[in-house]
Ligand binder design. Structure first.
Ligand SMILES: O=C(O)CCC(=O)C(=O)O
Ligand SMILES: [Fe+2]
Length: 586
């Protein structure tokens, strides 16, 4: 496979002057010989004539075809028994399209597993590709190590999918301001030194061949899934991305269990056991997510746009398919719609076609009052249709409607159905039922703990409640401080306000102000920010990235007109006082 050749070098002809006063020399001069050889190298290098490869130096063929024992080959075998995913493999060659005179030219030969997920109702199949070992073990390890060594330099914004803290490190991004902050530029550059050749030589050639309209990588980031932090990136579509590429930096079944999955929202998840350096390529029609059930995982994710300058024609994506009546395409268009009215129209059309996920979203749109007054009864009818169509998330929303109607027992039955199908919000509601003994459930703190703990991989409230429950004994177990502490830290790191305050109490009591400082920024209240400024003024060591972010937060608040933030910003920037901080003064 070759990337498209966009420009070709014009080779000037080294002609002999027409009116030469001297006869041409009988043999080529050495410099002319060199020129001719150079021209041959350029021409054959550009056109890739393999017959001349001897002239161009050795070809470094990296053969990473997988055998039947490889985890992905086994997954593929099992997928053939699945009701919703199919996959087959082929061998593919990638030529980087660049060449080096002195170094070896590179060629990648590997297995590509092409799979698809069959959507219910629609004939639509969401395709994806798996490329085992596209990234070398050492490359993946080197990328990860750079960030393991800089644990505090991750972004902690709110995630668009689950509203919890992201914990991502942006390597490059066309849109994000944080992709240009000077304080992390050296680290970003080291990561780009590794990632850019990989994108140019391996990822881009493959993506451009399979998706001819794909342009440039416009967003590239590392995500981490640590034990005391984020455990999941639950079921979603990559709405802003034309082509998404995910590289696992750890090995499933070895460093962690679970990981990247594909689904149709019916409760079944097919976990793809990506090994270190294995790569997934897909578009926004693939419903997918991440759940790290044990261990820790890091991944490198990229989003291609459909242009080289990162402008996006996303309003055109899946247009023809939507207009031809496909409900999956219609739902995707609703999620990219320019106006609420347009979104409503596509969702209504898709819901009327019987697509369970669209029925869920349409119910939400009605309940949220996307058009007119919120209407819970009408929303409930769509949730019910969606539930009957197999969409597990609907059990939770329908359960909430029942709860509001005062039918707690009916609500609990719905929550149980959602919970046993793996829906985390329903798990949390069922746990509350056992915690309080409501909705026809006995009070049972062991079952409450069990369900909260299952949900704690996904929702911040369940993380916090797991901490609360493990902090106390039940009739059958002692309190478990280790588990309680893990859940408290996870809830705190994922943005639970009470958890953050509880988590820093012992740090403050021990006078560990360096450790307290980043938390004050995370809490972001006026009191917390002024304490942070106070610590800084008193000479407490605060890492450069925390200080940089504090300045940014205060600047943003000041620009929004908060007078206090303006004052705090001035203090932060002004010189420090020398006196050490005392707990009693804070
Ligand atoms: O971490 C991964 O494997 C995938 C992350 C993902 O799906 C996303 O960032 O959209
Ligand atoms: Fe994604």
């Amino acid at each position: 496979m070759r990337p498209k050749q966009t420009t070709r070098t014009q080779v000037p002809c080294p002609g002999i002057p027409s009116k030469s006063p001297h006869p041409p020399p009988p043999f080529m001069l050495p410099w002319q010989l060199v020129l001719v050889v150079l021209i041959l190298l350029i021409v054959f290098g550009l056109f890739g004539l393999s017959g001349f490869s001897g002239l161009l130096g050795p070809v470094d063929v990296r053969d990473v075809r997988i055998g039947p024992g490889h985890a992905i080959a086994q997954w593929m075998h099992n997928a053939s028994f699945s009701s919703f995913v199919v996959a087959q493999s082929q061998t593919v060659e990638l030529h980087p399209g660049t060449w080096a005179i002195w170094g070896a030219r590179k060629k990648w030969m590997g297995t590509v597993v092409s799979g698809s997920v069959k959507w219910p109702v629609s004939g639509w199949k969401a395709k994806f590709h798996l490329l085992p070992s596209l990234i070398r073990n050492q490359e993946a390890a080197a990328m990860k190590q750079l960030l393991v060594d800089a644990p505090d330099e991750f972004d902690e914004d709110t995630d668009g999918v689950d509203k919890m803290v992201t914990y991502e490190f942006i390597i490059s991004s066309a849109g994000a301001r944080k992709a240009h902050d000077p304080v992390r530029e050296a680290l970003r550059q080291r990561l780009r030194d590794i990632t850019e050749p990989i994108i140019r030589d391996r990822i881009q050639p493959f993506v451009w061949e399979r998706y001819p309209k794909a342009g440039a990588v416009c967003h590239s980031m590392i995500r981490r899934y640590l034990l005391h932090e984020r455990r999941s990136h639950d079921t979603h579509w990559d709405i802003p991305s034309y082509v998404s590429v995910v590289v696992s930096l750890d090995a499933a079944g070895h460093d962690f269990h679970g990981g990247f999955f594909v689904t149709t929202g019916n409760g079944e998840k097919s976990f793809i056991p990506l090994q270190r350096g294995d790569t997934v390529v897909h578009q926004s029609d693939l419903l997918h997510g991440v759940h790290v059930k044990q261990g820790e995982r890091w991944s490198w994710a990229m989003w291609f746009q459909d242009s080289r300058d990162c402008s996006s024609q996303s309003s055109d994506w899946w247009k023809r398919e939507a207009e031809n009546g496909d409900p999956v395409a219609q739902t995707l268009r609703a999620m990219r719609a320019a106006t609420p009215e347009e979104s409503w129209t596509w969702l209504e059309t898709a819901a009327n076609s019987g697509f369970p996920r669209a029925q869920l979203y349409f119910g939400k749109a009605i309940e949220d009052g996307l058009r007119g007054q919120p209407n819970h009864e009408q929303a409930a009818q769509w949730y019910e249709k969606s539930r009957q169509g197999g969409e597990v998330d609907s059990c939770y929303y329908l359960g909430l409607v029942e709860k509001r109607r005062g039918n707690i027992t009916g609500a609990m039955q719905l929550f149980r159905q959602g919970a046993t199908s793996g829906e985390p919000n329903a798990m949390g509601q069922l746990a509350i039922g056992y915690q309080n003994g409501t909705g026809g459930l006995p009070q049972d703190l062991d079952l409450a703990t069990e369900w909260f703990e299952r949900a704690a991989d996904f929702t911040v409230e369940a993380m916090y409640q797991s901490y609360v429950l493990y902090s106390e004994p039940t009739q059958t177990r002692d309190r478990d401080q280790t588990k309680a502490q893990l859940h408290l830290e996870r809830a705190a790191r994922m943005g639970h306000e009470s958890a953050m305050k509880k988590f820093i109490e012992p740090l403050a009591r021990a006078g560990r102000w360096e450790a307290v400082a980043p938390w004050l920024l995370r809490i972001e209240s006026k009191a917390a920010l002024s304490q942070l400024v106070k610590l800084h003024q008193r000479g407490v060591q605060i890492n450069a990235f925390t200080l940089f972010r504090a300045e940014q937060v205060l600047r943003d608040l000041a620009e929004q007109g908060f007078e206090d933030a303006r004052g705090l910003l001035r203090q932060l920037l002004s010189s420090r006082e020398a006196a050490p901080a005392k707990m009693s003064e804070l």
